[in-house]
Design a protein around this ligand. Structure first.
Ligand SMILES: [Zn+2]
Length: 106
């Protein structure tokens, strides 16, 4: 909470990622995924050659997360996460470093 109040938190955006083909997914989409109306583990839907007549229906099918038991429920843990920070935020962090502008002159 102190870190948040002082603005010391890194605000990364995170995307669940397929460990095999590296396709990025929306976090909410993976968390809310349901099969037969029951929360379930989502599999990758990436098709490597969508224009190929023989491989059109061959999806990656790699599992994107696993269910980890918590106190009274299950929580999803993503197999692979892609983190990214916006360029504006990164530049702000650089310029807040001591003498950063002087180092740019060199
Ligand atoms: Zn995949």
């Amino acid at each position: 909470m102190t870190k948040k109040e002082l603005g010391l938190r890194d605000n990364f955006y995170s995307f669940p990622t397929c460990p095999k083909c590296h396709k990025l997914y929306n976090k909410q989409e993976v968390e809310d995924y349901k099969e037969n109306n029951i929360n379930s583990v989502m599999k990758c839907r990436h098709v490597e050659f969508p224009n190929s007549a023989t491989r059109r229906n061959r999806q990656c099918q790699t599992i994107l997360s696993k269910q980890v038991p918590t106190m009274n429920r299950f929580k999803l843990k993503f197999k692979l996460i892609y983190l990214f920070a916006r360029i504006r935020q990164q530049l702000m962090a650089f310029y807040n470093r001591l003498n950063f502008e002087n180092f740019l002159q060199h």
